[in-house]
Write a protein that binds this ligand. Sequence first.
Ligand SMILES: *Cc1c(COP(=O)(O)O)cnc(C)c1O
Ligand code: SF4
Length: 349
Amino acid sequence: MIQRTPALIEARNTTGSESWQKILANAIRDPHQLLRALDLPDSLLAGMEAGHERFPVRVPAPYLSRIRRGDMNDPLLRQVLPLMAETRSAPEFLADPLAEQESDAALSPGLIRKYRSRALLIVSGACAINCRYCFRRHYPYADQQLGRSRQKQALEHIRQDSDINEVIFSGGDPLTMNDRHLGQLARELAAMPQISRLRIHTRLPVVIPQRVNDSLLEWLSALPVPVVIVLHINHPREIDQEVTQAMQRLRGAGVTLLNQSVLLRGVNDDADTLEALSEALFSAGILPYYLHGFDPVADAGHFDAGDDRGRALMRTLLTRLPGFLVPRLVREVPGKDSKWPLDLGLLPE
Ligand SMILES: *Cc1c(COP(=O)(O)O)cnc(C)c1O
Ligand code: SF4
């Protein structure tokens, strides 16, 4: 295979269609701008500003283009719209619901090891979109991010531990990192004899499908181990033509595509939406993996649909979809050595 230099690859990708970096840099970061772009009522502004102060607005153009104008209940908008409710969240919603900041799971800065065979690297603290329900709104990911020296230390830890056979790139969003850096990191890990696959947890190819460019596909397809990308899509309308094409390109590079969603009140907490989501995922070449029960994140209590609602929805989904299109409803329980499936109850008579 002919190796092109990274410089040439980066240059080629900035010609033609707009680069993902430019789209990311031009994302909406201001409540007024969001309000105007979507013809939202002025009555929302005070809440938007109050929420924005706690966790800034960030919405990139490709995601914005899928939101219905003038509809404050649009399920895509709900995921990015700051509301006054964020300032009135009940005290049982916590800043660090998964107790990650005190956990001994942090092996070295930027490396989290909760489960025996998988280690998670916080490759980047940045995201391309700010999701209001995310616990990242309180977690100091920027401090946890891998720098050069931390990366060396983290790789040493992984190399020494033969129980780890899978490394997960996470964040934030790991794909906010440039391909030269990511490709190097991936090659170094894939060269370790005990590593049988790499995994990437990302929302970027969904919110900015232009992220799936030639330089990404090039290093992904050249790796000597299989790659799994776990996307994060909560609603079927997040998948448009561009996203579907990006998924086809990833599959063409040999990547296995899975999806995790979060159960969110007012976004996807009804059976029709979840059914349509599974169908849309399959049409785009993605299999549902997890449906996460909502973590009690401070300032985001208005998204909590409750576990009983989640269980009821799962029972309905089981009757409507083939087994391979039903995600597993799980919850992260601090201290547990895997994500925990929510019990759906006794078999019906
Ligand atoms: C979610 C998570 C994983 C991956 O769990 P799977 O059940 O394998 O998807 C690994 N490490 C950490 C720290 C996680 O939070
Ligand atoms: S980590 Fe994922 S869910 Fe959280 S803000 Fe970033 S993209 Fe959204």
